[in-house]
Design a protein around this ligand. Structure first.
Ligand SMILES: O=C(O)C1=C[C@@H](OP(=O)(O)O)[C@@H](O)[C@H](O)C1
Ligand SMILES: C=C(OP(=O)(O)O)C(=O)O
Length: 448
């Protein structure tokens, strides 16, 4: 879809069934595990999220390159075994062919792919530059690169220390099996290391320093590794995984609960809502399934039956005034916009990591909420929403800052504002490409 779109909804009722695509978080873990397991583990219900499709493409390409390398290497062996000895220059050429088979990988805006590959690629005996979008080049990676260097990886920065692009060199040899790592910047660094731990000759124990942010994502990683036969220990701040083989299994990706959160937001802003989301589980590996509890405060009930979840709206006063997003940072925009739309002054904590995501999500929220007169103010680590000067214009234009969640979190405003114009609507492809067509399925009008 090119250009802006204008969203509107003639009535305030929501009903239907929406089949959500697979979780990008689960899928990206499953893809790395599949690649490390060398065929033992298979990913089922591959996500349509662009970030997952990108990672799959890179890993497939890597395995093609891997077999090309083997071919080139065996050519060297044949030449060396042949009647005529290969000349020095022939060997040098073949060696550089090996090195140059693939020299740059660009993962676009995919944060988890960037982090997971930073741990995965050094183990593949590669010389490769790993890069992404301009924004990706501002998202920190230093904590993970430091940890990988201590482990034995050879990694240089191409432009700025601590940020992509990074150059990964071949020749990994494990130097230690115990690493201390900061837990309060991104849990993705920890997940990246845990994913490769069982494939390291000496295994790996991580000592997490400071508070662990986004903890459910680390639990998801360990649960998925467990499903693939990898045992761990977790005592206090120390997580240990011994060197061990994967077992043959399928990893089935559940639909995306972060995507489901936008449907909860739409339900919360509708007068009546009856929506079925198939295949979502009550006991999910995804921490964002906590949206069921959060949205109960806005009158949305969740009933798990028929293999999915039914959402229903009950007329109820809003209960909660304080929301903490430390364990579910991707829900922050969804819930804050719902509070603003309902004029519900509330307090938010656990937003520390939002400034280093797809955009500075705090600044983005502040700018866009100001368009309806709502203020989000920061005092230390506590954020307050002030709706006292809220206004409902005929039309609002939402800038999306290359952030899928800005587009999807503000779209539900179409239930309270006659026309919501979304700039750069294709951003949703990162995690939920069918978002706009799914809105149309339940009666939203989407015009270019
Ligand atoms: O591991 C994951 O799949 C993710 C972890 C979280 O990041 P942080 O750990 O950086 O908060 C989350 O925001 C991101 O969308 C996905
Ligand atoms: C932060 C996110 O993704 P990533 O870090 O994987 O780019 C997100 O999807 O909200």
């Amino acid at each position: 879809m090119q250009g802006n779109i204008i969203i509107s909804k003639a009535d305030k009722t929501l009903s239907g069934t929406i089949q959500l695509t697979g979780s990008k978080s689960e899928c990206n873990r499953a893809l790395i595990i599949e690649a490390l397991s060398k065929g033992k583990v298979k990913v089922k219900n591959m996500s349509d999220a662009a970030d997952a499709v990108t990672l799959k493409g890179v890993l497939n390409q890597e395995s093609v390159v891997g077999s090309q390398k083997t071919e080139v290497r065996s050519q060297v062996v044949i030449m060396a075994d042949g009647d005529s000895e290969p000349s020095k220059s022939e060997i040098v050429n073949l060696k550089s062919e090996i090195v140059n088979l693939k020299s740059e990988i660009n993962i676009g805006p995919a944060g988890t792919a960037m982090r997971f590959l930073t741990a995965y690629l050094p183990l593949q005996d590669k010389n490769v530059v790993l890069t992404g979008t301009q924004r990706m080049q501002q998202r920190p990676i230093g904590v993970l690169v430091d940890a990988m260097r201590k482990l034995g990886a050879k990694i240089d920065y191409e432009i700025n220390d601590g940020f992509p692009p990074i150059k990964i060199h071949s020749g990994f040899e494990q130097q230690t099996n115990r690493i201390a790592i900061k837990g309060d910047i991104s849990s993705q660094y920890i997940t990246a290391l845990l994913l490769i731990a069982s494939s390291l000759p000496q295994g790996l124990t991580l000592e997490i320093e400071g508070e662990l942010t986004s903890k459910p994502y680390v639990e998801m990683t360990l649960a998925m590794l467990q499903q693939a036969g990898i045992a761990h220990t977790w005592a206090g701040n120390s997580i240990g995984i011994e060197s061990q083989p994967f077992k043959e299994t399928d990893l089935v990706v559940e639909p995306d609960w972060s995507a489901a959160s936008y449907w909860y937001a739409i339900a919360a802003l509708s007068n009546t809502a009856e929506l079925f989301l198939p295949a979502l589980k009550a006991y999910s590996l995804q921490g964002d399934s906590v949206i069921t509890e959060i949205m109960a405060n806005f009158g949305i009930t969740s009933q798990f039956k028929d293999g999915g979840v039914y959402l229903q709206k009950e007329a109820k006063p809003i209960l909660r005034k304080i929301f903490d997003f430390k364990e579910c940072p991707d829900l922050a925009q969804t819930v804050i916009v719902v509070c603003a739309a309902l004029g519900h002054d509330a307090t938010f904590t656990g937003l520390e990591t939002l400034k280093i995501k797809e955009t500075d999500r705090i600044a983005a929220l502040q700018n866009e909420l100001a368009k309806i007169g709502v203020k989000l103010t920061e005092k230390g680590q506590v954020y307050k929403l002030d709706c006292s000067e809220k206004r409902i214009p005929e039309k609002v234009i939402i800038h999306t800052y290359e952030d899928h969640r800005m587009a999807m979190a503000f779209a539900p405003l179409a239930l309270v504002i006659p026309q919501v114009e979304i700039e750069d609507p294709t951003v949703v492809e990162k995690s939920y490409p069918a978002f706009w067509s799914d809105l149309e399925k339940v009666g939203f009008s989407i015009k270019k």
